[in-house]
Design a protein around this ligand. Sequence first.
Ligand SMILES: N[C@@H]1[C@@H](O)[C@H](O)[C@@H](COP(=O)(O)O)O[C@@H]1O
Length: 347
Amino acid sequence: MSRYLQDILDQPDQLLQSLQHSVDKGSGALKKSAGLITGAKNVFITAIGASWSAGIAIQAAFNEAGVQAVLCDAADFLYFTRIPPDSAVLFLSRSGKSVELVQALPKCKLAKAAVISITNAADSPLAESSDACLLTSVRFDHSISVSTYSSIILTGLLLTQYFRPQSPGLLIYDELMESLREVNGRLKEWQDIIETTSWPEKNGHTYFTARGASLASAHESMLLWEEVAKQPAAALTTGAFRHGPQEIIDNPLNMAVWLENNIARDHDVKLINDLVGKKVNVLSIGQELPGRLKGHTVYVPSCPWLFSPVINIIPLQLAAEKLARMKGIDPDVFLYCNFIVESEGGL
Ligand SMILES: N[C@@H]1[C@@H](O)[C@H](O)[C@@H](COP(=O)(O)O)O[C@@H]1O
């Protein structure tokens, strides 16, 4: 078994551990971070790679809670963004060492911005320069971000609970624990589904589409296709897919579509059924999916509002492992990328 697959199988327990940390030792830092953000006029969220994908879900939860936050790719934040007075910058990084983030820290200091970080590395330059540091508290994955990715979303979403009218009660923690325990029980079922369906097809192009916070899962899946299976892929919103990108559907095509529970579900069911009618190989991921849905389906357990990307990425983590195996590729090895990119320039 690859170390990557082992990291996926260990993920529910790692997420439970991360949640426990936030409830317990990490609760003070959560409150402090929420205070720094509420006291700021401008909020930036910045990250790169998988952590940037996690930022999509966190930004969606900020916006949903009525706190405007700008999500910036860390390289663009470094080179193209002026930080106005009274800003707070939320950095997301499993290692706390990615070069663009580390280089952006002096810029934050100069602008007197509050620096808040979500990271798995307490001894990193990022954590050490932060006014408040939220530790994700998971075991480091072997190479590809697995729990170090999903635990950033989990921690970021717990932070956004403080911006809601009622600060997080024990109820949300209980519900999350329950969902994560259910995921543990479903892993084997998901492995079987992924293994036995004809999704993905090795020679097809692959597009990932989703809405809202789950767009994080679409972008993260694209990165998994690239990092794990060394295969090009695309990610976009399901809404945007219908504004031109659908012109490509006559090519051999795999699509994964995440469906929301109550938002635009009927529209998306219609889209998926039309795509299957045009011979697109579609995998749908969602809670309580309707029986009229054509193509392949993976059911995910219910969980508190907006937390679903913590969980609904897992079937695609498994699918990326399957694709790597089909292509005879070792998912544990980067060919060109470093585990942590600590310098600029070149490949
Ligand atoms: N290959 C890795 C990516 O997988 C990772 O997502 C990115 C950001 O890492 P970090 O979250 O530590 O800043 O760095 C590298 O590029």
